[in-house]
Every structure is written in C-alpha cells, then in structure tokens.
Write a protein that binds this ligand. Sequence first.
Ligand SMILES: [Zn+2]
Ligand SMILES: [Zn+2]
Length: 231
Amino acid sequence: MLAKLGRQSANLLFGGSCYLCRGAAHGVLCERCDADLPRLGKEYCPRCALSSPGGAVCGRCLAQPPAYDATIAALAYGFPADVLVQALKFRGELALAPLLGELIGGRVSTGDADCIVPVPLSPERLRSRGYNQALEIARGVAKATNVRLAPDACRRSRDTAAQMDLPLQERVKNVRGAFECPRLVEGATVAVLDDVMTTGATLDELAATLKRAGAARVVNWVVARTFPLHV
Ligand SMILES: [Zn+2]
Ligand SMILES: [Zn+2]
C-alpha cells in the first residue's frame, strides 16, 4: 500500500518517466535502471561495510574497533547511486528520498533497531539547505520497517566544516565533540541513518556519543558506501 502510494506520487512528480534514463517507469526508476543499481553483495565487513572476503570482520575493525557495532549499506557509491544521492542532497529532489529509504528498508527489518536517528545537520546548514536529507530518507525507512523515527534524539553541538571538503585524515578531528544526545536512549538499539558513509568518522563520533548516552548498540543504516583509498 505504502509502496503503491510512493509510486503514484513519483509518477506525479516525474511524469511516469525514469529519473535516470527518461524511459517509461512506474516509479522513480524504470526496471532496467533499478536492476542496474550497484547493490552491495554479501562479501563485506558486517561492522564497517567495506569489502571483506567471505563477509568476515575486516582487519581494520579488528585492530581498531569503531564505536558502532554494525553497518548496513544498500549500495556502493558508484554510478548511478552518486547521481541519486547528490540530487537529493544538493538539488532539492526530495521525491528521491522514499526510493532511497526503500532501498535501505529492503535490507533491514522491524526487530533490528528500537529507533532511527538521522545524522543531524547543524542549524546553520539546515537553514541554508532547507531540509536534512538524512531525515527525509529516514522517513521512508521508518515507513518500510515500522521502526520509530527519533529525529530529535541527537543534535549538533557545534557547526563543523563539510566532511567532503576535508582531506580524509582531518575528518576525525573535524567531527570530534560535534554531537550531543539530549534524549535518553538508555539500553536501546539505535539505527543511525545517513546518505553516504566514507571514512565513517562522522558515524563513529555519533555512535560514541550515543553510547555515552546509554545506547546498548548502534548500527549504521546508509544508502551508499564509498570505498576510500586512504583512511
Ligand atoms: Zn531508467
Ligand atoms: Zn570493517
């Protein structure tokens, strides 16, 4: 029912043509473009979602365990996942959010988390962009899974430079102390939702903050995983 409503609104917004190839489509994408999405296979680290033979926990996570316990990524951050994510993030294509939410929703289920916390933007960035793309995607995931959305559980305690503008090695420092969790998450399994995971520095900092606030387990649910060359 919800998927049908999503398809109908996508038809209205995109005129029944595929967002990527402009061919005939019943939803945001035609069947061929949907089938071509770079979905992640099974051979990746359950903790950080980087490639790992046999799906074992990778050496990096064993040597330096991150604060988060698991990562579910729907897609690899290659074409056309990058086109979809950037259109939502930078061009206000909010009608893409339900599609991206459904892609994550298809990989997780109701019992996997107690609540969904979208990575918060700073008030400054929220004002200039007008929306938080992670929250828009999280609405679709919450609908698909019936997991409660908790958008106010965490907030930015200070503005930070955009991670994508910084060299990889400076990203950890940039987000240190960037979050606070005013709502109690005592004993909860929290799913943190973001559009793209690159070094994981932002998600690691947010997971550490949630754990200090009492979260029992923190899992990342992300649309797309990049595969950084140097971390
Ligand atoms: Zn298409
Ligand atoms: Zn790993």
